[in-house]
Design a protein around this ligand. Structure first.
Ligand code: INI
Length: 168
């Protein structure tokens, strides 16, 4: 029911039970991505996402993350897809192309399909930065991605409920 004195606020609890979550992980720099996957799965379970509701798909590199995310959405209809990868700068411009296309592709996958797609890709200038962002000094991007996935899927669900409640 609408209350004229109160703004409608959508700020859902991080409740994972019942959510169907697909993880797409890039094998390139697998040493780091493995740590992201483990932390992501642990965090999903900690928030109630059943192991039976989780799918894990490996792709060759971060460049391939968007295509697999889109395919999972069209064939499996998950509540959310989490993309995990690790891109480390080398001596050529390759890093820039892979980093730009994976970020752009992940954003488009979400915007074009209406299913949240979470960007859990570590982009690092050095191996040390990659170590720190995959579980050492600067947290773990995989765990952060799990939280973002639950938050976004619940938020999108609640926004959709809102528009249903408003329609005549
Ligand atoms: N893929 C990554 O995930 N991380 C990298 O650091 C990386 N570098 O630096 O090359 C990388 N390249 C592979 C790329 O993602 C594709 O798999 C490949 O180009 C085939 O399409």
């Amino acid at each position: 029911m609408t209350n004229p004195d109160k703004a409608i606020v959508i700020d859902p609890l991080l409740e994972g039970a019942g959510l169907r979550v697909a993880i797409v992980a890039a094998r390139f720099n697998e040493f780091f991505v493995g740590h992201l996957v483990e932390a992501c799965q642990r965090e999903l379970r900690r928030h109630g996402v059943s192991v039976n509701d989780q799918t894990l798909v490996w792709v060759p590199g971060s460049f391939e993350l968007p295509m697999a995310a889109r395919e999972l959405i069209s064939s499996n209809n998950p509540d959310v897809v989490i993309c995990l990868g690790c891109i480390i700068r080398g001596e050529t411009s390759h890093y820039d192309h892979v980093a730009a296309e994976s970020a752009r592709g992940i954003a488009h996958a979400a915007l074009d399909t209406g299913t949240p797609v979470i960007y859990g890709v570590v982009t690092a200038e050095t191996v040390e930065q990659a170590i720190n962002r995959s579980g050492a000094k600067a947290g773990n991007r995989g765990a952060d991605a799990a939280i973002a996935a639950i938050a976004m899927s619940r938020t999108i669900q609640e926004i959709r409920e809102l528009s249903k409640a408003k329609s005549p």
